[in-house]
Design a binder for this molecule. Structure first.
Ligand SMILES: Nc1ncnc2c1ncn2[C@@H]1O[C@H](COP(=O)(O)OP(=O)(O)OP(=O)(O)O)[C@@H](O)[C@H]1O
Ligand SMILES: CC(C)(CO)[C@@H](O)C(=O)NCCC(=O)O
Ligand SMILES: [Mn+2]
Length: 934
């Protein structure tokens, strides 16, 4: 699995230049329409006139994603939440051989999918996207809806399914003018323009307009109701949604669902609404204030002539409010007013200093004015919120609305106010989807999807791939497809700009007692609107994911072993991923035939991935709590985003083949051993074969030194006991009894073993399959648990049946068990199969629900969850699944954790050892709890 022990000097140099280029931290704002070089030109058409500087190009065959949506039309911003079902990959150039292979894989995955349960959810699984527009740019919003054809599928998911990628939907040219960008489309292919859930004042104000332009009717939902149901959904279903922000420090809050209510929801939009929420569906708007986001933006605009909200926030970075604010010290001759607890630096009166000074507006620095204004409004809202919380005895206050914009100073100011006035009794919390509560609530009111019932394990927050390259500005026409994404990356390359995703502002200083020092300014480092998109990401809804039932303590389970909130740890792993990037890109491009198209995508992938790394370096919590597993998954997701389906396919095939040729000899060798020696040989074999890990730089360098088989032999020969962690005896005792003599006492074999496999090639063929065979021989049913999607050279569930079939040619046990398990459907031989198949323990394959080298047991496939219920042994193999994640996890059944450490730092830190050390950690059922009981 994935890492490396060293990063070359060249890579390091590039890394630091990318990551420290403060001046280049902001991507240029995108023009509202762009000319896009095309990948899939079929059916393409130029929208608008050809003389247009930036005509819109419509790519009907690349917009296979069809969606459903809800809208919140507010006083300042329009928010859209739309759904797209599990993505149909847009076509990229594939050879016939590749497409045949894909068909075969699809057939196989159909077999796996046949095992899926959908838990009774009417939704199929898909993604929730979040988009916003300025209310004054309604036409952009209309154009967006048309380009995505959101208005055409109001029949819902069932209707969505029936739709094909038809050649319609010109993405209207964006403009700020009042002219109509679109006209109502006639019905086509049975699609209907229908009824859309809408909330916010604009649901009333613009109902006629939407009817006229898009032919849709609004089904109005109450704004407060939507805010509350949106908030409840986020707090229940999205992990790492709520956080505190105090003195520059952001911390995610684990909310206990039983202790969530009552709370105060303070939505700061143009105006502010304060809602007491008592329980699901029960709430009351207890207060509001007209001093809100609109006030800040409006006054700020008047006073500074700034053109955008972000510009104002950015200005405030360099401000010193004491230039306009009257401080206690100004009144008290530099002294504190300590009798009532006010320090000299406390603001006595916002803007009060101006009175005595005979100056014009232009005599003041804009920065100072804006900071004073921001502080005044934030603090005031905090204070009113506190008073209402006090009025109803509420301890938890959640702030939402786009006024917040993830802006550290704003959040700190409000948190400070709450903490100060409540004397620490009440807590201010913020939501990552801050401004989308209303739209989300409206979306959830399409209750037929059962979305409102989703819980956290069914919502996976993926890294929002579109985000780093959309640039600034509130979204105009968005990135619609792969091709546009690539075009963006190329634009940056042409300009020689490294996109390091927008960086959040720096920490403000506070001076206690309500006085604030000015925030530490940092040049041009405000997060732009695209980073707000970065923060919310895309929610993947997967109704087939479930918590793994054998976790001993699901509530406190933490998959990651390495804590990346530690700065040096984070820096190290970010560097490793950065250093491995050039190689990975080469492999990725080669895996897609090395064509120009592949090269383009490869370069774009590298840019995008670097942007994410840079972003995380600046704000580690940008995507929620960050662990190594997330980083590794992000890389895989990012590859998929640029349609690299399986980078290591060729390597995996080559290594499978090579390993299969020596399998018969290995099996014969194993069979010649006594049971005790055989068991040791099997375990050592698994560990030795775990060296084939293309995610480890050190190992990849090793592969130049010999053939696969030579390296495997070398690895086995080097194996020395005791291993770095060596519980082999304990395992052996459980397995073959004390003394190692089979038959010396009656042993009950395990009923069902889950073998979590890691790499393709020798690892699975020479390591895990022989172990599976041994278990089967002892009467244990074996389930091979493998990835649902490719990650590095990890074997996938779809690939396993063919590997097992090939191995079964050399082994009767495997053949019978695999046949009994339905794996050998098309390899039925005519010898020996007439025997009683029911008596043979079964060998099956199950997908784990992941596309990453690690495994997060909070979210596994439902098949795995079901089959795990009767398992009494787990074997977690490989660094990703047994060390990076789950090394400290406890389970309700016996667990064997087997891995070779292929990273020096991890070896030192986790095991006090060195690279290539091995771990054989055996933990009997409820190992942790019995330890506690003692
Ligand atoms: N790019 C932006 N453009 C305009 N305002 C922004 C932007 N980003 C943040 N804001 C702030 O967010 C506020 C709007 O927040 P939000 O979208 O939650 O409210 P709204 O729904 O438009 O208003 P209301 O609910 O009162 O009708 C603005 O008044 C402004 O203070
Ligand atoms: C009018 C709404 C509800 C529109 O979203 C909002 O802007 C608001 O709550 N304004 C504050 C009005 C008040 O309670 O004084
Ligand atoms: Mn609103």
């Amino acid at each position: 699995m994935a890492d490396s022990s060293s990063v070359g000097p060249a890579a390091q140099e590039e890394w630091s230049s990318v990551l420290s280029a403060e001046a280049a931290t902001r991507a240029p704002p995108p023009p509202t329409t762009i000319t896009r070089p095309l990948l899939d030109l079929s059916g393409a058409a130029i929208g608008g006139s050809k003389e247009d500087h930036n005509p819109t190009i419509v790519l009907p065959n690349q917009s296979a994603e069809v969606s459903h949506f809800a809208i919140d039309l507010g006083g300042s911003l329009i928010k859209l939440v739309y759904f797209s079902r599990a993505q149909q990959e847009a076509k990229t150039t594939t050879t016939e051989a590749e497409s045949n292979k894909k068909k075969l894989e699809q057939k196989r995955s159909g077999f796996l999918a046949g095992l899926r349960r959908h838990g009774g959810f009417p939704i199929l699984g898909g993604r929730l996207h979040f988009v916003k527009f300025e209310s004054s740019k309604l036409n952009d919003c209309l154009a967006f809806i048309k380009s995505k054809r959101l208005h055409r599928c109001s029949k819902g998911i069932e209707g969505v399914e029936a739709l094909g990628p038809t050649a319609t939907a010109a993405a209207g040219k964006s403009s700020n003018s009042g002219s109509s960008p679109t006209t109502t489309m006639p019905e086509k292919n049975g699609e209907k323009n229908g009824v859309i859930k809408a909330t916010g004042g604009g649901a009333f104000k613009y109902a006629e307009l939407f009817k006229e332009k898009l032919g849709v009717t609004f089904d109005k939902e109450d704004e407060m109701q939507c805010l509350v149901s949106g908030a409840n959904f986020l707090l229940r279903a999205i992990r790492d949604e709520a956080f505190t922000h105090l003195e520059g420090h952001k911390q995610f809050v684990q909310l206990d669902q039983n202790e969530l209510f009552p709370y105060l929801l303070v939505n700061i939009g143009s105006g502010v609404s304060m809602i007491k929420v008592d329980e699901e569906g029960q709430y009351e708007r207890v207060s509001g204030t007209n001093v809100g986001g609109g006030t800040f933006w409006g006054l700020g605009k008047l006073l500074t002539k700034c053109k955008s909200f972000d510009e104002i926030l950015e200005l405030s970075q360099g401000g010193d409010n004491s230039a306009v604010d009257m401080l206690v010290g100004d009144i008290y001759g530099g002294l504190d007013y300590s009798k009532i607890g006010l320090s000299a630096s406390t603001i006595a009166s916002s803007f009060g200093k101006v009175i005595a000074e005979n100056k014009d507006l232009s005599d003041y620095r804009k920065e100072d004015i804006v900071l004073s204004l921001l502080r005044m409004i934030s603090y005031n809202i905090g204070q009113v919120a506190y008073l209402n919380a006090l009025r109803y005895g509420l301890k938890r206050i959640f702030f939402s609305g786009f006024f917040i914009r993830g802006h550290a100073y704003t959040m700190d100011t409000m948190s400070f106010a709450i903490r100060f006035w409540s004397k620490g009794d009440a807590q201010a919390m913020f939501l990552r989807h801050e401004g989308f509560l209303g739209a989300l609530g409206a979306f959830l009111s399409y209750d037929k999807y059962g979305l409102a019932n989703l819980t956290s394990h069914q919502c996976v927050e993926r890294f929002p791939m579109g985000a780093p390259y959309v640039g600034g500005e509130v979204h105009g026409p968005p990135i619609r497809d792969l091709n546009e994404k690539i075009t963006w990356m190329e634009k940056f390359m042409q300009k020689g700009i490294e996109i390091t995703a927008p960086i959040p502002i720096s920490l403000p200083g506070t001076t206690g007692l309500g006085g604030f020092e000015r925030p530490l300014a940092r040049s041009g480092s405000l997060r732009s609107d695209s980073s707000a998109a970065l923060n919310v990401g895309v929610l993947h809804l997967d109704p087939s994911l479930e918590p793994f039932p054998l976790l001993a303590d699901p509530k406190n389970y933490e998959p990651n072993t390495v804590d990346l909130s530690d700065q040096s740890e984070r820096e190290y792993w970010l560097r490793i991923l950065f250093g491995n990037l050039p190689d990975l890109v080469e492999k990725a491009v080669a895996s897609e035939g090395g064509t120009d198209d592949a090269r383009r995508r490869g370069d774009a992938f590298a840019r995008a991935f670097k942007a994410h790394l840079a972003r995380l370096r600046e704000e580690p919590a940008a995507y929620g709590k960050l662990g190594l597993a997330n980083l590794l998954e992000m890389r895989e997701e990012c590859l998929r985003e640029f349609h690299f389906h399986d980078v290591y396919m060729a390597i995996k095939e080559r290594e499978n083949e090579a390993a299969l040729t020596v399998l018969p000899d290995l099996l014969a060798e194993l069979d010649s051993l006594e049971p005790a020696a055989r068991m040791l040989a099997l375990i050592e074999g698994v560990l030795a074969a775990n060296i084939f890990d293309w995610g480890s730089r050190a190992c990849v360098e090793l592969y130049h030194s010999g053939t696969i088989i030579e390296i495997y032999r070398m690895s086995r020969n080097k194996m020395k006991r005791p291993l770095r962690v060596d519980n082999f005896e304990a395992f052996q005792k459980k397995f073959i009894g004390s003394g190692g003599n089979e038959g010396s006492e009656k042993l009950v074999p395990h009923k069902r073993a889950l073998l979590f496999v890691d790499n393709s090639g020798a690892d699975v063929v020479l390591g895990m399959l022989p172990l599976a065979r041994e278990l089967l021989r002892r009467g244990t049913e074996v389930v091979l648990v493998a990835n649902s999607l490719p990650a590095i050279n990890d074997v996938t569930a779809v690939e396993l049946p063919a590997i097992v079939a090939a191995a079964a040619k050399h082994c009767d046990t495997l053949r019978r068990a695999a046949t009994a398990g339905g794996l050998l459907v098309d390899v039925v031989g005519d010898d020996g199969l007439s025997e009683d198949v029911a008596a043979v323990p079964v060998l099956t394959v199950v997908e784990n629900g992941c596309g990453s080298p690690c495994i997060d047991f909070r979210q596994v496939s439902s098949e795995l969850a079901v089959i795990a219920q009767d398992a009494d042994l787990m074997v977690l193999e490989g660094m990703g699944r047994a060390l990076h994640t789950n090394y400290n996890a406890r389970f309700q059944c016996d667990v064997l954790k087997l891995a070779m450490v292929k990273n020096q730092r991890l070896a030192e830190q986790l095991l006090n050892g060195s690279i290539y050390d091995c771990v054989c950690r055996y933990e009997p059922a409820n190992y942790g709890s019995s330890a506690l009981a003692n």
